[in-house]
Write a protein that binds this ligand. Sequence first.
Ligand code: BG6
Length: 484
Amino acid sequence: MGFKSDFLWGGAIAANQVEGAWNIDGKGMSVADVAMFKPHLDVSDYSGHNKMTCDSLKISMNEKDTTFYPKRRGVDFYHHYKTDIALFSEMGFKTLRLSIAWTRLFPTGEESEPNQAGIAFYISVLQELKKHDIEPIVTLSHYEMPLSLSIKYNGWANRKLVDLFVNYAEVCFKAFGDYVTYWLTFNEIDSVGRHPFITAGIVPDTMQEADLDTSIYQALHHQYVAAAKATTLCHELIPNSQMGCMLTKLTTYPNTCNPSDVRLSLERNLDNYAHADIQIFGEYPILYQQYLKNKGISIKIEKDDAAILKSGTADYLAFSYYMSRTESADPNKEKAAGNTIMSVKNPYLESTEWGWQIDPIGLEISLIELYDRYHIPLIIVENGMGAKDRLDADGRINDDYRIDYFRSHIEAMGRAVYRGVDLFGYTSWAPIDSISVSTSQMSKRYGFIYVDQDDFGEGSLKRLKKQSFYWYQKVIHSNGTDLV
Ligand code: BG6
């Protein structure tokens, strides 16, 4: 049993990491536009990169220069989308996962009418995809909420965000519904706890440390409610539409068979699942409710929320997978970096230059566990490895390491499908080099397509095909059977 004949092979990008054009055609400032590139920091220690304070926010907001704000320039997809989509099409893409920048439609998040220039831009992108027969998968919120909502309301900690988001979603459904069947509400909703500012617009030092946890869980609750309302609305407005929810799949292993390690890894996995449980089963798991109580967290839940969650459940589960985690009850174990999270180093695994531990079997395990738990279609919407690519004397980029990474992960997917998992697509992160979310580096490259630009924005922005470009083309052409 192989991949389905209509399997959605493709890639995933996010507006804030590729588009650039941060302050033109009426776009407002988003939380991504104040993310600073800090060349002096250790790239495997995310705490320094992701930290947002009131002081640093003020400095960043007043800085007009883009040098240390790479997400403001992205890779200028805004002006290169036709070339880029043509390259995706040349690879044979069946799908492209992309996101809408909320601030292109609603610069502050609170305008009564959307910015028509923003709508026109996305219509042109979607028309270009249609021209190439590429099915879009659109994420409504991928780390790019309006900065104004963060400053005015402390982001998603405030219930007001629910209606503002649902209004924005409705505008998207009406404007783009003729082109888009597959939607996603929030990128990696579980990441609110790991980086509250990027995902939920919460600036931690505006509150006492003791209140931060409550704000995080309150923000999460508001996002679940907003996602459920948007899902219901999407089904009403777009016939046959499919709305997914998305998880960062952080599969955690016990470091040893010591029951204390096993218990800890179990807790981590339950914590990870809870975010999908709520959006797929439409209710908070009993153990999760008790977990919040035990932590002393009491969030405000309105009387209709239970019904809203129950009626707006997700049609499919999308997830990102980059690495697995390992946990130990012994706090002195050597640590390893991961996707904005630290874990214990797993001695059986190799690491990327950023310390993320490469584990294709972990993807197979994740697929089997997720399908066994939820019984709904799955799609991997992010998977890839960040690396420093080098041009050889002939101007070629031989990225064998990336091909090896993808090959082993696609093989793992094949095994999971053979095992019976209903997997309907795979979008690599990211098909074209873009700006790293966690470190704001350009030099952390993921693409099959190289973009000539350095961390400080120097370069021609020329697009070059890496060796992996031709390899992925073959993979798609053979529907995942030719991985050599
Ligand atoms: C995912 C995010 O968690 O990780 C992407 O959804 C991000 O936006 C990707 O780019 C890789 O992380 P990074 O920090 O290497 O860009």
